[in-house]
Every structure is written in C-alpha cells, then in structure tokens.
Ligand binder design. Structure first.
Ligand SMILES: *Cc1c(COP(=O)(O)O)cnc(C)c1O
Length: 493
C-alpha cells in the first residue's frame, strides 16, 4: 500500500517515507491509495489485547515495515506507560459506552498515537537509510505538544519544538508543557491562537529555501501533528479494539453496526474512525461533535467551509480550531480524489477564508452526522452524567456526549453508540468543578485537583502527581512573526 498527496495524485510515497516527511512538499497531506481489507473473525478478535490489535491493524497500513518491526514499535509504545493493561478501556455509564483514551502518560488521547510515533519514525529512518537529524515542529491546542514531547524527549537524532497559544490552554496543560524535561525539547508560547500557530508551522514546512538550508546541515523537519500519517494510523486501532470490546461485553452481536461520537478539533480522531469504516469495521454513523467553534457543523449542513467568524476560547480548548487540517483528507476522498479541485478549495480557504463543495458531492459525506454543544450545554452534560452515573467526564468528552444526545433526539443516530472520551477530567479541573456547581473562585490548582479527587473517587494519575511542584524549564513567549528565526536557531544549533 502506498500513500499519495491530496494535492498531487501522481505523487506516491511508501508508508516510511510519508512518516518521515510528515507533510507532502506540495503542501498536501498523504492519504492511503487504497484501504486494507481485514478478515474480521470477532470470535478471535474479541480476545485480542490492545497490543495484538495494534499489530494486526498497523501491519496492513505500514506495508513497508516488517511484521517484526511493527511488533517492536507496538511493544515499546503500549506498556506500563499506560496506567491500565487494557490501554483503552470501554466504560458503560448512563446507557452509553465511553471509550477512555486518557490512560497514557499525558492523560489525553494524543498519547494513543504519540507514544508510538517516535518508534515508527526511527524505524522509518532505518528503512529509508536516512541519517538526517529530525526536527519535529508542532503547533498544539494543548494536548499534542505535551504528548509529543513525552514521546520524543531524549530520543537520539531528534529535536522537538512545540508552539502553544499563550492564554489558549488550561493551566494544567500549560504546567505540563513548561515543566517538560529532556535536552532536545523546546516549548514556546506564542501571542496568537492555535490557527495562527498551525498556519505558520505549515508555512515553515513549505518554505523551500529554509528546507534547503537545513538539508545542507543534514537536518530535516517532520511533523508530530495529526497531519502525519504516522499519527493517524495508530488511531484506527482503537476503533477496532472498541468494537471488539462491545462484542466481548455482549453489548452487540458480531457484525452489528455501531455509531461513534467523536469530539472534534483538527478532524484527526474522527478521520481515523472513517478509515476504520473504509477498512470494513461495521460502523453506521460517525457523529462529529463541535464546540462553539462550529465550522464543521455548518459545513455538514450546507457544504460551505467558512472561517469568516470569531475564534471562540472555550472550556474545551483542544477543540478551539477553525481550520481542521485533516478535513482536507476527507474532502479529497469525497470529491473522488480530484487533486486540482482540492487545490482550488485550499487556495480559496487561504485567500477568501471559505470554499463551497458542489451539491453533487454532498452524498459522499453521508457517513457523518454533525452536532455541536455550547459551553452551557457542555457544563450541563458534565453534571447530568455525574448525577445519573456518578461518572465524571472532561469538557471535550462532554461536548461529544451532548452532541450524541442531540443526534439521538433527532433520530440521526439509531445504533448502539461509543462516545470517544479524549481527556481525563484532571486535565480540566476548574471547568469540571464549575459544571458540578463548586465555587472555584478562591481555589488554587492544588485545591481544584483535591476537590475533583474527592468528588470523582478516581485516584490521581501519574501525570498529576508532583506536577504542580515541578520546575518550570521553558519561559519563551514570542510573536508569530518571530517563529521562523527561532526555529532556524534551534534547528541549526
Ligand atoms: C486533540 C483533542 C481533541 C480533538 O481531536 P482532533 O483529532 O484534533 O479532532 C479532542 N479532545 C481532546 C482532549 C484533544 O486533546
């Protein structure tokens, strides 16, 4: 199986090349040229460990890796860095299933992919006999940055630079990032929002002069953002694993279709669900849940992708995004892989901040149902689930949980559902406690965490233990315009 660029159909690369490059030189994203078909014997698959499932799925997508190489990457990634041997437990609460993807070292779902990406990248380097130093450039809306650094810290032959929007992440998220250890990690706050930072990072990737200058010093950029296929493919795994758990719990009979509801930002997580469906997993609807930044909701109700609007800072910051990068991949598939047409849409988005998909293509988006939850609805949902099931969910998961409620009321979701739970409530204690009617005005971060522990009965994960006392090691705050110089300085040092 090969990968091709969304902006040039003829440009084919192997899985290992796609992982090293991150983004295509033409500005496009790599997508699989075809989807694998699996022999889905659920009688056997229902008893697979997460590691077995990961090896089974990844082998098909990473066609130039040997079986042994895939297995080694999986074993290095999914081990006791996770606080449960199940890696991704499926929990029933209030008549729904929540797929908990926050048991890794940074307590958000990004760990699922970022704990394996460094191993995939070094294996890809070996396959390609690439001896260049890799500089990972990453813009983060709060969770990717920490998870990527946790993965790449002290990995030989790599440096990682993370940009996050100053004031645009939770206090716990910020403390997690600025206390990051490792001589090869660089954390930088930027004055701007996530879209500004992400657009600049993409621009640096596509800067040919800069690329040539680095190449002379034997250095190259790669990406740990979900634009990298090495991020996306490991996310396909947990959809198969969740389905297997549904069969095992006898919540469904093997072969029955289910729906997934996914709290969406950059469209990476839900795109992985779509790829799972394309690879034969019995999924009916994919419910795309947005917060107040509801560009995707509006798109799915009319076909216009329009970012001419204010950027809202919400209590689900990892979904505060107007330009969902991975949406380019879905559009590419939906317009029958017409690379020229796709390129005009992306140009329109850059120049006019919108593009419109003609009606004839709308049926190709029919696997998706879009809903959104406002901030007050999100808080109500946290409270409702707590009161119904004594189960505390984080604000991102709550957006999805509420979106599902709406989809069900509208008759748009008719199958058993799995709600994808993307972060631990410990990452957003203030928002969660406020939703549970706790007056947080005079509480310190330590008070907030202690109170949340008392209400939820869930012990502190390792990521929280000692976090507030950890030394702040990164202090840099810059403007967007200063990013290029800084990247150059770090990369060439
Ligand atoms: C990144 C993130 C999301 C959004 O996922 P995408 O793949 O960007 O759509 C949702 N919730 C949390 C907690 C996240 O960290």
């Amino acid at each position: 199986m090969m990968y091709k660029s969304t902006r040039n159909n003829q440009y084919l690369v192997s899985a290992s090349e796609a992982i090293i490059k991150g983004l295509s030189e033409d500005g496009g994203l790599f997508v699989p040229t075809s989807f694998p078909t699996f022999n889905l014997d659920w009688d056997e698959l229902k008893d697979f460990t997460y590691q077995e499932m990961a090896t089974f799925i990844l082998r098909a997508f990473l066609d130039d890796f040997s079986a042994e190489e895939v297995r080694a990457c999986v074993e290095a990634a999914y081990n006791d860095k996770f606080d449960t041997p199940e890696i991704a437990p499926l929990v029933e609460a209030d008549g729904k299933y929540y797929l908990e993807l926050f048991h890794g070292s940074t307590i958000a779902f990004k760990d699922q992919a970022l704990s394996i990406l460094p191993y995939l990248m070094s294996t890809a380097n070996k396959i390609q006999a690439n001896d260049r130093e890799i500089v990972i450039l990453t813009a983060t809306s709060g969770d990717t940055g920490k998870a990527a650094m946790a993965g790449f810290a002290d990995v030989p032959g790599t440096k990682i630079i993370v940009f996050y929007p100053k004031g645009g992440v939770s206090s716990i998220q910020e403390q997690q990032m600025v206390s990051q250890t490792g001589d090869n990690t660089f954390v930088v706050a930027v004055n701007g929002n996530f879209d500004h930072a992400q657009s600049k990072v993409k621009e640096l990737f596509n800067d040919e002069a800069l690329r040539a200058e680095l190449a002379e010093q034997n250095v190259q950029f790669s990406s740990a953002n979900s634009m990298n296929i090495g991020r996306l493919v490991p996310q396909v795994v947990y959809y198969f694993y969740a389905y297997a758990q549904m069969v095992k719990k006898q919540a469904i009979v093997a072969g029955d279709a289910i729906d997934f509801c996914v709290p969406t930002g950059n469209f990476g997580n839900i795109l992985a669900a779509y790829y799972a469906k394309k690879s034969g997993l019995p999924i009916d609807k994919l419910i795309c849940a947005s917060n107040d930044n509801r560009v995707l909701y509006d798109f799915f109700h009319g076909g216009k992708y329009d970012i001419n609007r204010d950027f809202e800072l919400t209590i689900s910051p990892s979904m505060d995004i107007l330009i969902s990068s991975n949406f380019e991949r879905l559009v590419f598939h939906a317009i029958n892989e017409d690379d020229r047409l796709l390129t005009t849409y992306m140009k329109d988005l850059a120049d006019r901040k919108l593009y419109t998909i003609p009606e004839k293509f709308h049926p190709n988006f029919a696997d998706f149902v879009a809903e959104f939850a406002t901030q007050s609805e999100t808080k109500e949902e946290i409270k409702a689930i707590y009161e119904a099931a004594n189960y505390v969910i984080d604000p991102h998961t709550a957006v999805a949980s509420k979106a599902y409620r709406k989809a069900q009321q509208e008759g748009a979701s008719r199958q058993p559902v799995v709600i994808v739970s993307t972060a631990s409530p410990y990452k957003f204690p203030e928002a969660v406690l406020t939703a549970l009617d706790v007056d947080t005005t005079t509480m310190s971060d330590a008070d907030l965490l202690a109170k949340l522990k008392e209400l939820s009965g869930v012990p502190y994960p390792d990521a929280i233990e000692g976090l507030l006392e950890a030394e702040v090691r990164h202090h840099t705050v810059i403007d967007i315009e200063e990013m290029k110089e800084l990247v150059k300085k770090i990369s060439l040092s």
